[in-house]
Design a protein around this ligand. Structure first.
Ligand code: UT7
Length: 333
């Protein structure tokens, strides 16, 4: 990949809402069991927003912590890209709402919809703005309030998801630096659309009493189909990006996969021949937070002093669309 200035992630932060729902709490909502959820998914609990708390609110909490850590003012931010499938509203964009709430008066931005691959796609997008030399400070936000589009009576989906936000600051590296974002691979295949989707509320099925009575404003998933493709494609795209950059899995310090199911993560780990301590996992405590899984894992791994400057980090995602992708990052701080 030829670049003018390599973009680097120079800061990460995360925020999870305070309310915790354990598997025992889910047992009170639907016909499920702690044992089923743990053994089939690896999930033990998830976070939920309180009434009135939206994606932009979670994002502002994470961004405020990040700016404080970086000793930056909100007006230093030039670009805000928000990966989400749960925007505050259909429009204006959540990027606009965050810009206003943060008083990031010099920033423009937009929302990006790629479901669970949202953060990987948004990172690849922001990378272009930084590596072109035109921007110096970009925020990539991965945020989802999945509880706003989940049917708490559907055991097939309600146990799987949580709410949360992770944010990364992208800045240019000095020209000779070997640190920063090395490469991305992003893929989509619309044939997968029928297996994971929310049909209502868009231009195809605008909100009506009919769409409401048919429960079309919540997530619908054929779990087995998604599982099968996730296992194959997340491992394949990881192998693909390593091979393209003449690297092997032994060169990777940390692998951060999308957190949809611990069995998917373990299967990818096995295919990539990675050891347990190379793989970052937070699904047990936070479930599948869609766009937020990878940046929250990144931020927690930095806080835990696992990921450090110079480490080679591989991230990989798979989600509705289907969408999938990977990025290789030489950690810069
Ligand atoms: O992040 C976006 C991408 N999403 C994913 O990657 C998710 C991928 N899929 C998965 O993680 C798994 O397919 C699930 C966790 C969703 C489901 O696991 P599974 O092993 O594929 O189970 P299944 O859907 O085949 O269901 C097996 C049984 C069914 O019962 P019958 O028909 O065999 O009697 C389900 O009704 O488990 C039942 N079941 C449940 N039982 C207790 C489904 N959900 C539950 C539940 N509690 N919550």
């Amino acid at each position: 990949m030829s670049v003018i200035h390599r973009a680097a992630i120079t800061g990460v932060e995360h925020y999870f809402p305070e309310k915790i729902l354990s598997n025992a709490d889910m047992e009170k909502l639907v016909d499920t069991s702690d044992e089923w959820i743990r053994t089939r998914t690896g999930i033990e609990k998830r976070r939920r927003v309180s009434p009135g708390q939206a994606s932009s609110d979670l994002a502002c909490k994470a961004i405020t912590k990040l700016l404080k850590k970086k000793k930056m003012a909100a007006k230093d931010i030039e670009l805000i890209i928000v990966a989400t499938v749960t925007p505050d509203m259909m429009f204006p964009s959540t990027a606009c709402r965050i810009q206003e709430k943060m008083a990031a008066t010099h920033a423009w931005g937009f929302d990006l919809s790629a479901a669970c691959s949202g953060f990987v796609f948004a990172l690849a997008t922001a990378d272009q703005f930084i590596s072109s030399g035109r921007y110096k400070n970009a925020l990539v936000v991965g945020v989802d309030v999945m509880s706003s589009i989940i049917d708490d009576h559907d055991r097939n989906t309600c146990v799987l998801f949580g709410d949360g936000c992770g944010v990364a600051l992208l800045q240019p590296e000095p020209e000779a630096s070997s640190l920063g974002i090395l490469d991305h691979l992003c893929h989509i295949d619309g044939k997968g659309g029928e297996f994971l989707y929310m049909p209502g509320g868009g231009s195809l099925y605008g909100t009506s009493s009919d769409t409401l009575s048919k429960n079309m404003h919540v997530v619908h998933q054929e779990g087995k189909q998604v599982f099968k493709h996730a296992v194959t494609e997340m491992a394949r795209v990881s192998e693909e990006i390593l091979e393209k950059n003449n690297l092997s899995s032994e060169d990777i310090d940390y692998f951060i996969p999308h957190q949809a199911n611990l069995r998917i993560i373990e299967s990818c780990q096995k295919k990539l021949k990675l050891k347990d301590d190379q793989v970052i996992v937070n699904i047990k405590d936070f479930a599948n937070t869609t766009s937020a899984t990878i940046p929250t894992c990144m931020s927690q791994a930095v806080d835990d002093k696992k990921i450090k400057k110079g480490d080679l980090v591989l991230i990989a995602s798979f989600g509705a669309g289907f969408t999938w992708g990977a990025s290789l990052i030489r950690w810069a701080f």
